[in-house]
Design a protein around this ligand. Structure first.
Ligand code: PGA
Length: 255
């Protein structure tokens, strides 16, 4: 059985005060059950505060971890503005996003750049969350599967053979991110099952263990439809994750 994953992607939002109230609100929910892994992806500058908060709980067992929203394709050196996998590990990160749509479309990271970052994440001991997804135009021209296949296969072509637990895939159609128009559960299920098949057919193994999460305008009202899909193993939530009570309602859909 694949354990569901629920990501809160804060993007360029939040500060220490917001983090502190969000964590206080979520804490009783997180300790209640072990059915779902919750992962907070705040701004880099907040990551060590998350670690300090977790340390202050003195061993309380929470289904909670944290990660970066991106990772450098370099390990160390003269690369101003970059944050390495080792540095993310140093502040307790387990995961990092790689190839988020905003990195691809706003900051010009192409499939090759994404593959280098993915490799550094894996080598640095992080679990990369590889984000893939088609634009509206690509969907309308019937290219969705071709785009997903290209994004996935290029990202993993220079890694050694991967197992299904080495990384997480996030299907995030570009047109659904931040638009208020989520994919339908059927569109998500079709894309997820396609991605699982591609994974099985590639050099990568253990497709049954691979967790594939959906992201794009998820909120408390629509989360349950995705959770019910056979190949949707969790959610990557952006704007609705900033509000702790809405995020807790999304979390409740898994339990
Ligand atoms: P959204 O963002 O939930 O605000 O659409 C999702 C994401 O980009 O991770």
């Amino acid at each position: 059985m694949r354990k569901p994953l629920l990501f809160a992607n804060w993007k360029l939002n939040g500060d220490r005060a917001a983090l502190s109230s969000w964590l206080s609100y979520m804490q009783p929910h997180l300790s209640a059950t072990d059915k779902t892994d919750v992962v907070l992806l705040p701004s880099y500058v907040l990551l060590s505060s998350v670690g300090q908060w977790a340390d202050s709980l003195e061993g309380a067992q929470l289904n909670f971890s944290w990660g970066g929203q991106n990772v450098s394709d370099q390990n160390t050196g003269a690369y101003s503005g970059e944050v390495s996998a080792t540095q993310l590990r140093d502040v307790g990160c387990t995961y990092t996003l790689v190839g988020h749509s905003e990195r691809r479309h706003v900051y010009g990271e192409d499939n090759r750049a994404v593959s280098l970052r993915l490799k550094c994440a894996l080598e640095g001991g992080l679990i990369p969350v590889l984000c893939v997804g088609e634009t509206q135009q690509q969907r309308e021209s019937g290219m969705t599967e071709e785009v997903l296949k290209e994004q996935l296969s290029t990202a993993i072509e220079s890694t050694s053979k991967l197992s299904g637990t080495d990384l997480v895939l996030a299907y995030e159609p570009v047109w659904a991110i931040g638009s208020g128009v989520a994919a339908t559960a059927e569109q998500a299920q079709n894309a997820h099952s396609y991605l699982r098949n591609i994974w099985a057919a590639s050099n990568a193994g253990d497709a049954d263990a691979l967790r594939i999460v959906y992201g794009g305008s998820v909120n408390a009202a629509n989360a349950g439809e995705f959770v019910a899909c056979a190949d949707v193993d969790g959610l990557l939530v952006g704007s609705a994750s900033l509000d702790a009570s809405e995020f807790a309602s999304i979390y409740a859909c898994f339990n």
